[in-house]
Design a protein around this ligand. Structure first.
Ligand code: ATP
Ligand code: MG
Length: 249
């Protein structure tokens, strides 16, 4: 059964086969066949410690599996100084994103340096990103002074500007207030409209997971894939979570 767009060889994709990863002689998970392709929007579910972040790091080429092959197709040819053929392909956005030293503005403009865009397009895209992430008032702030939610917004705005073909978002709305969640949801929706392949981990079904068309579930040390995404119990789930977060303790 075809679960993804990966059969179209012109699209950028990552394919993992017979994957097995273990730490300290303990199997974390195995996966028979995973396809992650442009146009896919995948909800990655799993309990704490089940291996969601580890899977993303594997697909990003940051760590190696104990067994299995991870291959890619549809990307520009590698340069000789990149030792791993996977590095730089599926971009991994960490739960606690890394930002460059300097201002918010610097972080946003640096993201564009690697892209061959005409100056007018560059300006337009940066402006759009600032608007979407509502970062106008923070442009001259040092990125290291931002709150957790603001950092996440900036990191996603930067990713949106850079337009990777495949993007993995690790818990992109955790610990965010309602306002930031809505902004991030809109940005992720925009990435989806642009055709970016998205792999998104989240602990709850919410507006974010409602955007997804496939479901990868790590349970009992195996990754199960399906085209049936668990339904959002309530589209206002994210809001409810935020209220609990904000009012408890
Ligand atoms: N380099 C490592 N060495 C040893 N154990 C590791 C290493 N990296 C991850 N682990 C272990 O693998 C397990 C899975 O970690 P991972 O961060 O992938 O889980 P997760 O599903 O992302 O969890 P969470 O929902 O809490 O973010 C954890 O028990 C973790 O301690
Ligand atoms: Mg994690």
């Amino acid at each position: 059964m075809t679960l993804s767009h990966s059969s179209d060889r012109s699209l950028a994709s990552i394919h993992a086969k017979n994957l097995l990863i273990s730490f300290n002689q303990q199997i974390l998970f195995s996966a028979a066949d995973l396809h992650f392709s442009q146009g896919d929007v995948i909800y990655l579910q799993g309990d704490n410690g089940s291996g969601k972040s580890t899977l993303m790091k594997l697909l990003a080429g940051l760590i190696k599996p104990n067994q299995g092959q991870i291959t890619s197709q549809g990307f520009a040819p590698q340069t000789w100084w990149r030792p791993s053929s996977l590095l730089g392909k599926a971009v991994y956005l960490h739960q606690h994103p890394y930002l460059f030293e300097g201002t918010v503005k610097y972080n946003l403009t640096y993201a564009l340096d690697q892209r061959a865009l005409a100056p007018e397009q560059r300006k337009k895209r940066i402006k759009q990103a600032i608007h979407m992430a509502q970062l106008t008032d923070l442009l001259n702030h040092n990125a290291s002074d931002l709150s957790g939610g603001e950092r996440q917004r900036l990191a996603i705005a930067r990713a949106w500007i850079a337009q990777p073909k495949l993007l993995m978002l690790d818990e992109p709305i955790s610990n965010m207030d309602k306002h930031s969640q809505r902004l991030v949801l809109a940005m992720i929706n925009q990435l989806k409209q642009d055709g970016t392949g998205l792999l998104i981990s989240s602990h709850q079904t919410c507006g974010l997971t409602a955007l997804c068309q496939q479901h990868w579930h790590i349970k009992q040390c195996t990754i199960h894939t399906s085209i049936h995404v668990p339904q959002t119990d309530d589209l206002h789930d994210t809001h409810t979570t935020e209220l609990h977060y904000g009012t408890s303790n």
